[in-house]
Design a protein around this ligand. Structure first.
Ligand code: AN7
Length: 339
């Protein structure tokens, strides 16, 4: 037997489940918390990266999804649905497949990263490309699930929040507490979950949430009708957990701020090149924000890297160097390698 257990078993005493529930797990959670030497030096604080891309489907969504899908099975649902910028879709599709449920995902047409689309399709979900954006997709799935007995597994589902707060438990267990958390914000489910988790674990770090400048309703205070950013995962103009995110900000003496696409892509490249950590663009918003605004007095900081770089190979190829073509001779290889 493997000693490795899924998130619900690990935190059974702090989650709304019993050991004999029909738990749906891919052994999510327990992700690496890696010290970032280069970033620490740059900002003059001890900085750690919470590598959520190490979850089974490559994003933090798995923490919430194992709980949401377990609950759906418990309630006798036969199908699950979500609106998604990509990662929720991939995660919902995987957990639905594992549980033997039908899965449907509604994504903004042409606006989700290739890896996420491939995942959702491979897991056998019905993938619906909406001629509209995420906010419209979420509105429509909410309406649909009001009318039909299908479990909604977006982060408006409280089981998603319950599962995702475990990332805060892990950070507190490992470091004994932090002074600040940097986190990308889209629909604002994850920041809501982290705050709940920290409060429950008796730690109260300042929460620094970062939105992409072209999709920053929590910064401007008004909905963004046409959100735009290279960080497609957080291309969201009307966060469902708006109020909760603002409460978390206020209670933690935190701050929500915007980072430009250029700042996001700078952080994305330097995480890969300097720290050896490949995350997706949205995830790099956390580090972009830290580099832009500084440690703000915090001595120990965790940055949440929400999704794996493999999710979005297209942006990676656009942002990196080109390959060197080479003839199959030792001379040509010498020139290519050493020249
Ligand atoms: C990599 O998949 O909303 O603030 O539909 O994929 O909890 O929304 C994804 C969000 C950050 C923002 N980083 O988290 C979806 C979706 C990555 C993400 C966020 C998302 P929330």
């Amino acid at each position: 037997m493997s000693a490795r257990v899924g998130l619900i078993h690990r935190f059974l005493d702090r989650l709304p489940f019993e050991a004999d529930d029909p738990i749906v797990t891919l052994q999510e959670g327990s992700t690496p918390l890696v010290h970032a030497a280069w970033i620490s030096e740059r900002v003059g604080a001890e900085v750690f990266l919470k590598i959520e891309g190490a979850n089974p489907t490559g994003s933090f969504k798995d923490r919430g999804m194992c709980c949401a899908v377990t609950q759906a099975v418990k309630e006798g649902s036969e199908a699950v649905i979500c609106a998604s910028t990509g990662n929720t879709a991939a995660s919902a599709a995987a957990y639905a497949a594992r549980a033997g449920l039908r899965g449907a995902v509604i994504v903004p047409d042409g606006k989700i990263a290739t890896g996420k689309l491939a995942q959702a399709l491979m897991h056998g979900a019905r993938v619906i490309a909406l001629r509209g954006n995420f906010d419209q997709a979420l509105e429509l799935v909410r309406e649909l699930t009001d009318k039909h007995p299908i479990a909604l597994v977006n982060s408006v589902n409280p089981y998603r929040i319950a599962g995702q707060k475990t990332a805060a438990f892990e950070i507190v267990e490992e470091l004994g507490g932090i002074d600040a958390l940097c986190i990308p914000v889209g629909n604002a489910g994850n920041i809501t979950a982290y705050w709940a988790g920290f409060v429950e674990a008796g730690n109260a770090p300042r929460l620094f949430g970062f939105q992409a400048a072209g999709a920053a309703p929590l910064v401007s205070g008004v909905r963004v009708e046409k959100p735009e950013t290279v960080a497609s995962a957080i291309r969201i103009g009307n966060p469902a957990r708006w109020e909760e995110a603002m409460t978390a900000m206020t209670q933690s003496s935190g701050r929500i701020a915007a980072v430009t696409d250029e700042e996001i892509l700078d952080a994305y490249r330097l995480l890969a090149a300097r720290e050896g950590v490949f995350c997706e663009p949205a995830s790099a918003a956390s580090v972009a924000g830290l580099l832009k605004f500084g440690a703000q007095g915090a001595e120990r900081i965790a940055c949440v890297l929400t999704g794996h770089g493999h999710k979005d190979p297209q942006t990676a190829l656009e942002q990196s160097g080109s390959v060197l073509p080479c003839e199959p001779t030792i001379g040509a290889v010498e020139e290519a390698v050493l020249g």
